[in-house]
Design a protein around this ligand. Sequence first.
Ligand SMILES: NC(=O)c1ccc[n+]([C@@H]2O[C@H](COP(=O)([O-])OP(=O)(O)OC[C@H]3O[C@@H](n4cnc5c(N)ncnc54)[C@H](O)[C@@H]3O)[C@@H](O)[C@H]2O)c1
Ligand SMILES: [Fe+2]
Length: 388
Amino acid sequence: MTAFSFQTVPSIKFGEPAAEALAAMVSGFGANRLMIVSDRGVVGAGLVEPVQRSLTELGLTVLVHDDVEADPPEAKVLEAVAAAQEFGAEAIVGLGGGSPMDTAKLVALLCRARQPLSEMYGVAQVDRAQVPGGRLPLFQVPTTAGTGSEVTPIAIVTVGAEIKLGVVDPILYADGAVLDPSLTAGLPPHVTAHTGIDAMVHAIEAFTTKIRKNPLSDGLAQQALMRLARGLPRAMANGMDLTARGDMLLGAMLAGQAFANAPVAAVHALAYPIGALFHVPHGLSNTQVLAPVLRFNAETHPTLYAELADLLVPGSSGSDAVRAGQFIDFMERLTDDCGVNPRLREVGISHNDLPKLAEDAMKQTRLLQNNQRDMTYQDALDIYTKAL
Ligand SMILES: NC(=O)c1ccc[n+]([C@@H]2O[C@H](COP(=O)([O-])OP(=O)(O)OC[C@H]3O[C@@H](n4cnc5c(N)ncnc54)[C@H](O)[C@@H]3O)[C@@H](O)[C@H]2O)c1
Ligand SMILES: [Fe+2]
């Protein structure tokens, strides 16, 4: 069997009310001043106030920073770091979707770092010698069931006007994550759909990744896909169905654990330029390229997609190539049932935009190296053309 290693966050709580579970988790860390990193949508949904109150009741001094923007621009991340430094934060809580949680990771890291953020992009680029005392204690509370950021060592930042870069380093694994399905009950249907499909893509890409595929990630990805395929249609039908919301939140977290150790590939590589250039939500951009990328991959590497058909598609049968096709059809039907239109032209992208998208996708070398099938500029252009 091939050698592998696997890491995840040391403490995960599921199912208790977030405010109490987080207070219990934080109280062991000896921090007195705590900053909650969130955004206005999450504050407006009433999700921050109970958490803030229970932490304050513990005797902590709490600052809420609610200024995170979706697909966090680098300047906004640095503003959050400055706010935490000025406040004298001793611990950080990310409370929200991937955008606040990713920002929280970088705030916890950069508060004490002498190394600039611009030198941290890429895999394992954080220089421990330049982070004296390490990062601040970090806790994550997801309010979307999508990114799995609560258990990944990844923070995605929008740099300049149009490129998304990741800091990927084990130092970003949080000290703890609190999963409370009721926090996701008020998600609007389109956010439920986009983020849920993002989570499924994490599991699909982890299971089919070229490098670092491992038995632990495989098991987590399969369990994630079963829960997400079951939970997503039910949560779409009734957002208040907490069993479905729980399946989705747990599924997204399991997918996060899987792809933190068996990284995502070409679907994300081709989705990022769409998000960066056209401000399309992350999950929707993944959905737009999902089927054409999977068809491209399955042409030469159908076996792992066929295994996913065996897991998810009732009555699937035939050769690997046929079953891989059944799996891709299944994902297309699921997208359609969620009311998501995956066409690029639907978000205002035209034929003339495709060369720039393909050019930028080629810069996502961190992700493309994980893809089973090598992808050229022309391949990327063909895929965007099919997605148009
Ligand atoms: N770190 C990782 O491993 C990882 C993985 C995938 C994606 N990402 C990144 O995460 C970001 C996307 O995160 P996301 O999809 O969770 O969206 P998001 O955090 O950008 O939030 C999207 C919107 O949903 C709102 N929202 C969040 N929770 C809500 C709730 N419970 N009720 C009502 N509204 C709510 C927010 O206010 C915001 O307007 C992107 O920047 C993406 O690149 C990170
Ligand atoms: Fe993603």
